[in-house]
Design a protein around this ligand. Structure first.
Ligand SMILES: Cc1ncc(COP(=O)(O)O)c(C=O)c1O
Length: 473
């Protein structure tokens, strides 16, 4: 009996390799997982939330710890010996971020932030929107990109969303061409989109960057979900603002992100305030301040100088694995997951899942977003799926992943339904998630996201597929 099971497992793996032969070339990552990420398997985790956060290698933590244990660091806003050490590590990491993204230091700068959201807020609050200017963004943006619309509204700019075409959740380019024509000539027009959606995992074309530039737009390319499994070559693509979070790329440390920005675009921003570290001179009696140049003008107070050295360690770690290697592995595993999950059916013939996003690996990343259906085709509440997955130690993400626009389109929630919910008696100012669920009665308010990352292996995906099969009636 035991031999039969082992033979079946081997056969499945053979089938997988036949369909995705390139996976074999990534076997170095299996060794790395055993050596440097052993704690995942020791605790029998099936971790499938890489879009939520990456997993760090033990060696990253040890290298960082060694730097901390061997050096004495002081606040970098000084020029004493311990301060100089800190500055050295911070500036070395800054330069390494530029090198990693192949960005020319005379063209791009790096502002360290708390996370991608911090980078986005920096752009939003400083972008010189004025009456008649435009903020154009895709429906599938993260809430931290959506939030910039509040700055646009408050300064009288017009906000326009670009819808997704179902079922693939890509943008109709002819519509985009039309919307680009809205740019106010001579005005400040900002176009924002995710290089990879954190909902559907669609990779939107990087070619949009130059097209939008040519039509009078500044471009904010949200790379938070893209950077962990793709190379972004800033010598080839020239977005103005690139927000990202480092923990999503290499797991450690949390609390650090960056705004990689074109120097010429930074010069256009007007900060709404000044803070320690951002000025050359500020005066109380003179009621005046002079902002510093470049990144210094945007880094409020003291940067996270003890953790920033870990950024360089993390980037080198990714380089030692190789982004092509990572991407190849993620593609193979995502393809296998999609093939098998989409094919599962109840005995009634009803498919087990409804997929939101592309069914093939073409121009898509490693997150697969679905809702599970019962045998009658009714959506199973995503909270139930999460609980069932938790019980077998599978870490997934459920809900709308801070991406309400993609969720509303995928789940078929209309503007009218939302207006009713948002303007109902007693809900003028407050609406809890449970109130919202009740209000859109009968419709799912969220989905289930399975996301594959750099250190995922075949067993993780098979473990999830076994779980999914247990939900077939
Ligand atoms: C596409 C995208 N943008 C922005 C963010 C915000 O990142 P953070 O929460 O690290 O600020 C996320 C987080 O999931 C994301 O997926």
């Amino acid at each position: 009996m035991g031999n039969d099971i082992a033979a079946t497992v081997n056969n499945i793996y053979t089938d997988f390799l036949q369909k995705y032969p390139a996976y074999a070339s990534t076997s170095g990552i299996d060794k790395l997982r055993a050596d440097d990420y052993g704690r995942i398997d020791r605790a029998h985790h099936i971790y499938l939330d890489y879009t939520g956060g990456g997993i760090y290698a033990e060696s990253q933590v040890k290298k960082h710890q060694q730097i901390l244990l061997e050096n004495t660091f002081g606040n970098p806003h000084s020029s004493n010996p311990t301060s100089i050490y800190a500055t050295h590590y911070v500036e070395s990491a800054r330069a390494y971020v530029l090198k990693y993204f192949n960005a020319d230091p005379s063209e791009y700068d790096v502002i360290f932030t708390a996370n991608a959201s911090g980078a986005l807020k920096t752009v939003g609050e400083s972008y010189p929107f004025a009456g008649g200017d435009q903020y154009l963004l895709t429906f599938d943006n993260h809430n931290s990109v959506n939030g910039i619309r509040e700055f646009a509204h408050s300064k009288g700019a017009e906000v326009t969303y670009i819808p997704m075409a179902l079922p693939d959740m890509r943008v109709d380019e002819s519509m985009l061409e039309d919307l680009w024509k809205k740019a106010r000539p001579g005005g400040n027009n900002l176009f924002a989109y995710p290089a990879q959606s954190n909902f559907s995992s669609v990779k939107h074309p990087l070619e949009w960057i130059e097209k939008a530039h040519a039509r009078g737009w500044d471009v904010l390319l949200d790379a938070a979900a893209f950077a962990p499994t793709n190379s972004l070559d800033l010598s080839r693509w020239k977005p103005d603002f690139v927000p990202l979070s480092f923990y999503k790329i290499f797991g450690y440390p949390t609390g650090l992100g960056a705004l990689v920005a074109r120097r010429q675009a930074l010069r256009k921003l007007h900060r709404p305030w000044f803070a320690g570290g951002t000025i050359t001179v500020a005066s109380v009696q003179g009621d005046k301040y002079f902002l510093a140049d470049g990144h210094a003008a945007f880094e409020d107070g003291t940067v996270d100088y003890l953790n920033i050295p870990a950024v360089e360690i993390g980037l080198k770690h990714i380089e030692s694995i190789g982004m092509d290697n990572i991407q190849c592995r993620v593609n193979c595993l995502t393809g296998w997951l999609l093939d098998n999950l989409v094919a599962m059916k109840h005995t009634s013939g009803v498919p087990l899942v409804r997929l939101y996003g592309p069914t093939s690996t073409l121009a898509r990343g490693g997150a697969v977003t679905v809702n599970f259906m019962d045998q009658f085709g009714r959506t199973i509440d995503h909270r139930f799926i999460e609980e069932a997955a938790n019980n077998v130690n599978i870490s997934l993400r459920t809900g709308c992943f801070c991406n309400p626009g993609a969720g509303e389109q995928a789940l078929g929630i209309s503007r009218v339904e939302l207006d009713v919910c948002f303007n109902g008696p007693g809900h003028e100012d407050r609406l809890s998630l449970d109130d919202f669920r009740l209000c859109i009665d009968g419709k799912s308010s969220g989905a289930v996201r399975i996301s594959i990352g750099m250190i995922t292996n075949f067993d993780d995906v098979q473990g999830f597929l076994t779980f999914a099969r247990s939900l077939v009636n």
